[in-house]
Design a protein around this ligand. Structure first.
Ligand SMILES: C[S@@+](CC[C@H](N)C(=O)[O-])C[C@H]1O[C@@H](n2cnc3c(N)ncnc32)[C@H](O)[C@@H]1O
Length: 252
């Protein structure tokens, strides 16, 4: 991955940058965000980076002279993003602060490409369903959704995997939902633990693909992301299923 974000100097030695609102970390570009960046010039509508943080995926698109709407729950992240955008690209950037999905209302079929990289697992099951309903309304025909998420298969949460698998087998729709007690299970570093909320909804390919297909999306790609290629932090590596990526297309 060789896209220049303009943000590399900010990265922690483990390859991530701490968010300022206890919402995990901004990571280096991954295979899915690179696909999003590459698709931006042919997107049949607006290009949106939802949960943009400081602009790891937004800035390379702006540098191509393409407009991006960067959205984040944390205004401070968007302020920092604006500072990191080269002056000659700022006219291509729009920012919208708010909590996804409830604070965002795009017009029907106006989004040509939207990235949701490491954001959906912060949503409650109800908000996740609301988010997918809104996406199916917003994304234009032939537009694409690019999703990356941590999965249940991460080393610091390995003690939760049996319960996750039991719930998944029993048919629970969002089987990872943990309310207010992630820290009872988490065995990772203190620095990581301190920057995670206590409630989490890690996603896996079957539930995510099913939820998108049930809303009419065509799954173009759904797979686990290669840990080395995607610079998945060493501390979370488990069995190669740590991150999943999905690209889904709105039919005509
Ligand atoms: C873990 S970081 C990921 C940043 C970047 N997309 C990446 O892949 O590295 C999550 C980002 O999403 C934002 N975020 C979390 N929940 C959100 C929500 N409900 N609505 C909008 N932004 C949210 C956080 O403030 C943070 O900037």
């Amino acid at each position: 991955m060789n896209k220049s974000s303009g943000g590399d100097k900010h990265f922690h030695k483990q390859g991530f940058e701490i968010t300022r609102n206890v919402r995990g970390f901004m990571h280096q570009l991954n295979e899915i965000s690179v696909e999003f960046i590459d698709f931006a010039h042919q997107a049949p509508g607006m290009v949106v980076d939802m949960g943009s943080a400081f602009g790891i995926a937004t800035i390379p698109i702006l540098k191509q002279g393409i407009e991006v709407t960067a959205c984040d729950i944390e205004q401070e992240h968007l302020n920092e993003l604006i500072l990191r955008v080269p002056a000659e690209c700022r006219l291509f950037l729009q920012t919208k602060a708010g909590s996804f999905p409830e604070d965002y209302n795009f017009e029907k079929h106006t989004i040509g490409a939207i990235l949701l990289s490491h954001i959906l697992h912060f949503l409650t099951p109800e908000k996740l369903d609301m988010a997918l309903d809104k996406l199916s309304d917003w994304v234009a025909p032939q537009g694409k959704i690019f999703i990356v998420s941590y999965t249940p298969y991460i080393a610091p949460m390995k003690d939760f995997i049996p319960l996750y698998e039991e719930r998944a087998l029993s048919g629970m729709k969002w089987p990872y939902w943990i309310v207010n007690n992630i820290h009872d299970y988490f065995t990772g570093s203190k620095e990581v633990a301190e920057n995670l909320p206590d409630t989490m909804n890690y996603l896996d390919l079957p539930s995510l693909s099913k939820a998108l297909q049930s809303r009419g999306f065509i799954i173009e790609m759904a797979r686990y992301l290669d840990p080395d290629k995607n610079q998945i932090p060493q501390g979370v590596r488990f069995d190669g299923r740590e991150w999943c990526g999905v690209i889904a297309r709105q039919p005509d």
